[in-house]
Design a protein around this ligand. Sequence first.
Ligand code: BG6
Length: 300
Amino acid sequence: MLNELNQRFSIPCLTFGQNRDGLIFAKIQTAAGTGELFLQGAHVTAWSPVDHEPVLWLSQMSNFEKGKPIRGGVPICFPWFGPNEQDATLPAHGFARSQEWQFVNAQEKEGDAIELHLETAIDPFLLSFRVEFGAALKMTLKTQLPVDAKSAHSFEDALHTYFSVSNVRTISIHGLESTSFLDKVDHAKLKSATNVPILIDSETDRVYLNTLSDCILNDVQKKRAIRVAKLGSASTVVWNPWIDKSKRMADFGADEWPDMVCIETANIGDSRIQLAPGESHSTTAVISVGPLSLSSNRDL
Ligand code: BG6
């Protein structure tokens, strides 16, 4: 399969490789930057636009094994988010992130970008994931309910993006100030908007509700701002496991929590998507990096 992929898609900026466990990945190197994607989970594991440090965080302790989720990058959560409410034995965040996806196409785009297209099926849905690695990272998860499906079905999804930060205690996240949220570290209580940017100083696990807003992640020490723009997504999750939860996760280094924060482009809970036969829905996240644009509330 590796040889076949390298022959079928002989584009100079794209090569396929395979790790020791047989997982196939695509490596991108263009004038706009570098990137990496594993076919298992259609999982983006790296993206660095030219002249920038890596934007995505990946755990040193991650599994890269068949059937096990990768810790970091952009796991795709589908068709549910978090634990399955009906059956706790089913995998957290659904099947999409740990099953094999088919590589459909690679296409060069304007601006030295390259778009990869993958597909999979999770009964009764057909999923298509397009990711463009360029000066921005554009990801679209399209979910289709085939026309011959017997009834309507609903799903949750998330592009569970892990960002690399200088120190989570010194960043600020802007864009969700006026949004209420479910606080998963406080019995999933519904909490009112705080009207201030998010500063992280303890375990944080929040589902922001009914928000279409862009988020800006300001990282003063790295002298950069990351913008997460989105379409077709009504929830945003912000997550950092902090000290104790990091220790409980086998695939997360106990001292890695200061290095990351997740800002997840999602449709969760009341914002789950309902499709009638023949309908589809697209969830898009566009990540870009620039100089610091907003002032941080943090004293460094
Ligand atoms: C976040 C959830 O999106 O993912 C957290 O809000 C969860 O509750 C985290 O702990 C990581 O999940 P997992 O299944 O990858 O360990």
